[in-house]
Design a protein around this ligand. Structure first.
Ligand code: NDP
Length: 294
C-alpha cells in the first residue's frame, strides 16, 4: 500500500494554465497586446508531431497566438536559420521553440543559439543558462521549472532541504540544480560516476530523478518522508507484451517511504507544456520591460 502523498501533475498543470490564461487576459486589457508563441517542427517524428499539436492547442486555449511552422526534413540549415531570424524580428512572436531533435545535417546548437535570448522560451540559450546561474531574471527550462512547482505544491518552502538531483544534462539536471539553489536547497548533483549513489540518495530530503533508466531508483534508497520528483519517461514492455510508461523511480516501493511522490505518467510530464506557456508570458513581459505578474 502506498503511503506517500501523490503529487497530481495533471491538476497542478491545469492550475498553471489557468494562471497563464488570467495573465494573458490582463496583458490584453492593461497593455493592449496578445502574447504569441511560434513552434517550429522539422520532419515527421510522430512523438514530436503530437507534442507540437498539443502545444499549439494549449497556447490558443490560454488566449495566446500560436504560430506553427512545419518543415520538411530535407530543408537546409540555412533555411531554418533564416526562419528563426524572421521570427526573432516578428513583434507578434514573443516565444520561439524549435522542436528537438533536428535532422542530423542541421547543427542543433547553432540553431538554438540563433534564437533571440529574450524569446528563448525553452531556456536553452547560453545567455539564459548564464543568467539563471548568476541569479538574474531569466527564461529557465520548462521541465525543471515544472518540477520545482510540483515540489513546492507539497512543501511551499524548500529552503534548507538537502536536494539530490540525479542526472546532469543541460536540459534537465543542471538547470534543475540551479533552480533548487535559488530555492535555498543544499544541492548535490549525482551522475553515472557518482560513488555510492544509494547512500547519496538516502541523505536527501528532496530527490529529483532525471536519468532515463526505468525504475532505476529503488524504494529503500528513499529517506522516510522525502519528496520524490520523477522526471523520467521510459517505455517498457510488460511480460504480457503490452507497453507501459514508467519513471526513473520504482514508484510502488518508493511510495512506501516517501512523504510525497510524482507518478509517471501524470506527474512532471503535464507540467512541461504548462511551463512553456508560462515562459511565453514571462518572455512577453520581459520584452515589454514589465515586471513578473505573480
Ligand atoms: P540524458 O541522457 O541527457 O541524461 C541522463 C543523466 O543521467 C546523465 O547525466 C547521466 O550521467 C545520468 N545517469 C545515467 N546513468 C546513470 C547511473 N547509472 N547512475 C547515475 N546517473 C546516471 O537525459 P535527460 O536529462 O534528457 O532526460 C532524463 C530523463 O528525463 C529521461 O527519461 C527523459 O525521457 C526524461 N525527460 C522528461 C521530460 C518531461 O517532460 N517529463 C523532459 C525531458 C526529459 P552522465 O552525465 O555521467 O552520463
Amino acid at each position: 500500500m502506498s503511503q506517500a502523498f501523490i503529487i497530481d501533475g495533471k491538476t497542478i498543470a491545469a492550475k498553471v494554465r489557468a494562471d497563464v490564461a488570467a495573465d494573458v487576459a490582463r496583458i490584453k486589457s492593461e497593455h493592449g497586446f496578445q502574447p504569441g508563441l511560434a513552434v517550429v517542427l522539422v520532419g515527421e517524428d510522430p512523438a514530436s508531431k503530437v507534442y507540437v499539436r498539443n502545444k499549439a492547442q494549449q497556447t490558443v486555449e490560454c488566449g495566446m497566438q500560436s504560430f506553427e511552422h512545419k518543415l520538411d526534413d530535407t530543408i537546409s540549415e540555412e533555411f531554418l536559420l533564416d526562419l528563426v531570424a524572421k521570427l526573432n524580428a516578428d513583434p507578434n512572436v514573443h516565444g520561439i521553440l524549435v522542436q528537438m531533435p533536428l535532422p542530423k545535417h542541421i547543427d542543433s546548437n547553432k540553431v538554438l543559439e540563433s534564437i533571440n535570448p529574450a524569446k528563448d522560451v525553452d531556456g536553452f540559450h547560453p545567455m539564459n543558462v548564464g543568467k539563471l546561474s548568476i541569479g538574474e531574471r531569466a527564461l529557465a527550462p520548462c521541465t525543471p521549472v515544472g518540477s520545482v512547482i510540483l515540489a513546492r505544491s507539497y512543501q511551499h518552502d524548500l529552503s534548507g532541504l538537502d536536494a539530490v538531483v540525479i542526472g546532469r544534462s543541460n536540459i534537465v539536471g543542471k538547470p534543475m540544480a540551479q533552480l533548487l539553489l535559488r530555492e535555498n536547497c543544499t544541492v548535490t548533483i549525482a551522475h553515472s560516476r557518482t560513488k555510492d549513489l544509494p547512500g547519496v540518495v538516502r541523505r536527501a530530503d528532496l530527490v529529483i530523478a532525471a536519468i532515463g533508466k526505468p525504475e532505476f531508483v529503488k524504494g529503500d534508497w528513499i529517506k522516510p518522508g522525502a519528496i520524490v520528483i520523477d522526471v523520467g519517461i521510459n517505455r517498457i514492455v510488460k511480460p504480457d507484451g503490452k507497453g507501459k510508461l514508467v519513471g526513473d523511480v520504482d514508484f510502488a516501493e518508493a511510495a512506501k517511504n516517501a512523504g510525497a511522490i510524482t507518478p509517471v505518467p501524470g506527474g512532471v510530464g503535464p507540467m512541461t507544456i504548462a511551463c512553456l506557456l508560462k515562459n511565453t508570458v514571462e518572455a512577453a513581459l520581459m520584452q515589454k520591460g514589465l515586471p513578473p505578474m505573480r
